[in-house]
Design a protein around this ligand. Sequence first.
Ligand SMILES: C[S@@+](CC[C@H](N)C(=O)[O-])C[C@H]1O[C@@H](n2cnc3c(N)ncnc32)[C@H](O)[C@@H]1O
Length: 207
Amino acid sequence: MSQTKTQILWEKQDQHKGDRLRLFQAIGEVIPATKVLYAGSYVDVAPSFVFDDVTYADMDKRAAKFFADIDGVRQIISENGGSADAQFQFKHGDYYDLELADQHFDLLISLYAGFISEACGHFLRIGGTLLVNSSHGDAALAALDPRFRFAGVVETNKDGYKVSRDNLDLYMVPKKPQTITRETLIASGRGIAYTKSPFAYLFERVQ
Ligand SMILES: C[S@@+](CC[C@H](N)C(=O)[O-])C[C@H]1O[C@@H](n2cnc3c(N)ncnc32)[C@H](O)[C@@H]1O
């Protein structure tokens, strides 16, 4: 049987087969999140393999079409071990303009998609977790943001991903001495080169 557009988009997204499933499994093991916001998700539906209520947001038309195929997306979720009752919704547009309730989410995901900590941090509840990688400078921006406390790293190993909360003072140390401000980060739109390079960082929203 020929593949649907939804399946084709997912297979392209999932070209390192099961990689994002392993990432979100590792996060789900240590972060007891129910409501998850994934801004700049494109078609990465993998959080729904693990979490029961995920809101996706992206400005890309292909992502909007993908998530509009509710049955096709449900099928991908169930084929990857997600719950048959998993709730998901998609918001099409700029994540700076999202109309969602403040402090509603337990987990906010920012992977390769810009300054989501700044645009969407207010949607995260106090005590909730920001998962963010250093690409595009968002991890460095979160580190400057008084609302967030650096709380862990996501390391890769031969089995996939592992969250660690040890020796955090060894992380986020720039290779070259430099002044890092919100303005320098936004002007460059690039991550800082750190002496250690975990896959991603965890921050707790503290205020
Ligand atoms: C490189 S892709 C990353 C997709 C996904 N997070 C991943 O890790 O595979 C970046 C995505 O962010 C989206 N994006 C960037 N800026 C955005 C904005 N201001 N509002 C909504 N979506 C945005 C793009 O449309 C694109 O789909």
